[in-house]
Design a protein around this ligand. Sequence first.
Ligand code: EPU
Length: 422
Amino acid sequence: MDKLLVHGGAPLKGAINISGSKNASLPILAATILTGEDCLISRVPDVSDTNYMVQILSALGADVERYSGTVRISCADVAEEAPYDLVRRMRASICVMGPLLARKRRAVVSLPGGCIIGDRPVDLHLRGLEALGAKVEFEGGNMILTAPDGLRGAEIDLRGTHGPTVLGTDNVMMAATLAEGVTVIESAAAEPEVVDLANFLNAMGAKITGAGTTRIEIEGVSELHGVRHTVIPDRIEAGTFMAAAALAGEGVTLRRVCQEHLKAITAALVRAGHRIEFNPAGDTCSVHRGDEPKGCDLTTAPYPGYPTDMQAQMTALLATTPGISVIKDTIFPQRFMHCAELKRMGADITVDNGTAVVRGVAGLSAAPVMASDLRASAALVLAALTAKGTTAINRLYHIDRGYEHIDEKLLMLGANLERVKA
Ligand code: EPU
């Protein structure tokens, strides 16, 4: 098990490339189940979550080759049952359910277990697939979905207590591509990753309109074909490096970003007193730490609101920003595990009922800390960049789930850190 030693105090300077999006890649990889033809997907980040998805597809019988960011997948024939041992490692495995059901008319996927960022039910996924005509049964920890006569289009409202569901929208959208008739998803998730999946499916021959809005319409087709696709830039990786640059930077440039997808994150950093500039094409941005950073309030919301996946990193930045910041996570109200670890480094944070009140302190000091989930780990790395002394971040496998070579990218920007065996 690796840990990261971060020797705080080295300023970040220079330029790096942002990788392809993890959260767009995962459902896109799963969507290849919908066709027997070859799919070629580029800019798939080399992170353990995409590796798990590739392993699940291989275990289902797909023929998969992977060369530096490009994955070729052929699902000429696939089994219906996703193996528990692989599925249990990653919640996003659940997005093989819609494609398996559509292609094989039967899908067996184990129920995802607990998750550190909060209770993450799958009721909305199942509600959507049931509306398309699937019968849902539970047995031995598995969800067994069957639709022996095929799926039928339907009108479905996917709104839950905490708003729309991203992977739920993906699952229903994928299943509906091969259903008979028209499906309308109301209260759909509008995240750029959903749009990327819809573009991938349309390139395969699907008929989807409205992706990127809260109403998606899918006209079922009888079959889909192979396709080439390039995954969109990872807006959360970009945002994480933007926050790192605001915290510890002396002029950092990020290439291969998408300005449109970064509006809420940019606005938050500007409110906190930092300067962000994009080139006219909107694919490169430079981040300059402000001379007078100031605390700001944040509330997470579905896209185009401020993303929950950038809540922890911004909390780390605001921990040493003068003033009081109030941070509310409406999507995952329990997603504040990083705060206890930041407090061990000297941060002044009170968490209550889905809200963190952060009183900016002059500086943090190093301590051994424990990564609890992907974005919490990123927050600890950020905090360590300016903390006094050497911070040891344990359980680094969490960060390797979703950040491609984060230690190497930070080294290229001048950070002083090393990955060691724990
Ligand atoms: N929810 C339900 N019922 C469901 C599904 C979701 O109540 O059937 C609730 C969740 O508990 C949560 C809210 O709805 O309160 C939103 O969850 P959502 O379903 O949108 O989450 P997800 O699709 O499982 C994706 C990302 C997460 C990201 C969330 C929210 C992927 C692979 N995962 O998860 O990313 O936090 O959307 O934007 O796309 C991460 O990358 O670190 C990460 C956790």
